[in-house]
Design a protein around this ligand. Structure first.
Ligand SMILES: [Zn+2]
Length: 266
């Protein structure tokens, strides 16, 4: 099968993972800027991280025939200090020139604080100013529903936003409906210890349909599975979905969304 991994944190994965991804048919991989498993001590730390995402990682992926794209921002977990966050955000415009930068992400909320929300809104403004797509992280577990509502309210205040250029990620049963109803894309994350299992993700597809939805592994520094998307595709097959339906979810949908970025060439 050919597929797109629309959300993976390869800076914390080994080269063996790239090899496995290539073997199972991954053609394109997108890496949002996120927490690296530790808090960075300076804006310079983010400068180096942005270089890693725009210079080094695409070369590493290319060795396995995988086209690598990225998203830039300061993640919500490190964005609770607005002075520090703005220092990092001031680095972003220069990097938007790089050929593999799709847009702004993954921004969003972590603990749903007022500071996180302020920085979230400022990131959205950057995306609107540069006419770029946005990838949004929603908080986990008990904070998810409230955080998703806060995010949707903040987005609704941005009157010039094109909702079809926004994907809200890590949706679950209790948040996917409100995201799709308001005209946004939704991402389902297949993660072993939290978020969706393959069967829950397929249930969501069967209930809500296959429009404006994608699946990702969000593999990172934690216990996660870089092959979660192809494994879920196999599960779809077992549950009677035909090849065309599977390809829509794991290839055509991400392609349709990502093509809205001027940097996306596929
Ligand atoms: Zn992520």
């Amino acid at each position: 099968m050919k597929y797109i991994e629309p959300h993976a944190h390869m800076v914390s994965r080994t080269t063996d993972d790239y090899q496995k991804l290539a073997l199972v048919g991954c053609e394109i991989l997108c890496e949002p800027a996120f927490w690296a498993g530790f808090d960075r001590s300076s804006a310079q730390g983010f400068y180096d991280y942005f270089r890693q995402l725009t210079e080094y990682e695409p070369r590493r992926a290319e060795k396995f025939g995988i086209k690598h794209y990225c998203w830039l921002c300061i993640n919500p977990k490190e964005a609770d200090d607005p002075v520090f966050a703005r220092e990092v955000m001031s680095l972003i415009p220069d990097f938007l020139e790089k050929s593999n930068v799709l847009g702004i992400g993954e921004i969003g909320l972590n603990k749903n604080t007022r500071n996180e929300l302020t920085i979230f809104e400022e990131h959205v403004q950057i995306a609107v100013d540069y006419d770029l797509p946005i990838l949004i992280h929603t908080p986990h577990l008990e904070d998810k529903r409230k955080g998703t509502k806060l995010i949707l309210d903040a987005l609704a205040n941005q009157k010039t936003l094109n909702r079809s250029k926004v994907i809200i990620d890590h949706v679950e049963e209790h948040t996917v409906g409100m995201v799709l109803d308001q005209g946004y894309w939704a991402g389902m994350t297949l993660y072993p210890e939290s978020k969706c299992t393959p069967n829950r993700a397929i249930d969501i597809l069967e209930i809500y349909g296959k429009e404006r939805l994608w699946m990702n592994s969000a593999c990172d520094w934690g216990v996660s599975d870089p092959l979660a998307v192809p494994k879920c595709a196999l599960e779809m097959k077992k549950r009677g979905h035909d090849a065309q339906a599977i390809e829509q979810v794991i290839y055509q949908n991400p392609l349709e969304f990502l093509r809205q970025s001027p940097r996306f060439l596929a």
